[in-house]
Design a protein around this ligand. Sequence first.
Ligand code: ATP
Ligand code: MG
Length: 453
Amino acid sequence: MRLSRYFLPLLKETPSEARIASHRLMLRAGLVRQSSAGIYSWLPLGLAVMQKIAAIVREEQNRIGALEMLMPTIQPAALWQESGRYEDYGEEMLRLKDRHGVAMLYGPTNEEQVTQIFRDTVRSWRDVPRLLYHIQWKFRDEIRPRFGVMRGREFLMKDAYSFDLDEAGARRAYHKMFLAYLRSFHRMGLTAVPVAADTGPIGGDLSHEFVVPVASGESELFCHADLLTLPPPAEVPEDAAAAAAEVERFTQFYAASDARHDAAAFARRVPKAAQFCARGIEIGHIFYFGEKYSAPMGCRVQDESGKSRALHCGSYGIGISRLVGAIIEASHDARGIIWPWAVAPFRVGLVCLQPQDDACRRQCEAFYAHAQAADIEVLYDDREERAGPKFHQLDLTGLPWQAVIGPREAAAGQVELKARASGARRTLPWQEALVQIQSPPPADFGSQAAGAV
Ligand code: ATP
Ligand code: MG
């Protein structure tokens, strides 16, 4: 993509309403623009990141056999009256009437909708288990929308729903989701700690929030430090016992957010040197709720003996739009964003230092063409603009690689490569640079012997 043709409106000033780094950076780097409180437009750069996050989530959901579908944002109120949640949900629900006076609502979540679909189609024990999910906008009229997309009113969520014949089946679905979440967040470059959460009136031990430690987090996180470095599962076992054992590898450690923190248990179970306390932000929440919706809504099947049974269900959310903010909170410096490789909107920012210089421009155009042919996503700054603002924009927008070609590099057939995160740089023959930018900057990038030239 040529920057001269792209839509990347940067802000020079730090917006006064933005109190945390991710909110400031998302506005300054041209990722989003606010429409009204807690409601945002996603500009091309921000959307590209959100789509990469969604793609990772999608891959990991599909990998455990979850099936993607798409339910509407607007739901009939009657559906929520069936489950009894229409009155309970309170002011966070945006209620509307259509032209015929029918009560509707903008969905804050989809348990009722998916339960209705399932109940209307499924009859027999042979039709379960199933895992269904969608990635769809939600609306919650949060009393205090703040921190940009982190606590918005309109936000994008992946929500999955499991349907099983019995509790054992539901536990297996829950464990598989738990492990898929760890894999998803790890792939995005995040350290996410699974924390036992309140299960509400149903009780049991099957609710976890996934919390990322960041300075601006809304809650507090207390856990064993080993949880921060535990490798994610290499795969998600299909077998129930194997999945449970893999989950146990994580849940054996103490982890709680302030709502359920028990200082005495923390002191007893975690040696002083391993006690980790930080602020944290919730990026995912999984929940087993048994027959909570299936019983009142009549979502039943016949078991093998012909007996009718309400299904055992769970729901599993990931805040896709919140993740964009959370990743920035976890990965930025004073100059701007530092995108983890897997979610970077482009892999490399290419800067032409002197577009007026024929040789320089030709070399840049050739490098750009080669990179595109190799399927490397490049944002090519081909503008007639001073070097200072170009470098400023490169650092702010946080692409993992920065490639600079000035007249000197052009004459030698070289490219100066810089890793955004470490600041390490090397000047390489352009062919070698092309190979280098196909993978993330290696840890020893700057210390490698400086090219063959
Ligand atoms: P919170 O405790 O942060 O209010 P929640 O418990 O109400 O969240 P869930 O219903 O579990 O949220 O929703 C699943 C996920 O959706 C959350 O883990 C979070 O990542 C995301 N999410 C929830 N509310 C918002 C919001 N207002 N803005 C952005 N993302 C949100
Ligand atoms: Mg929650």
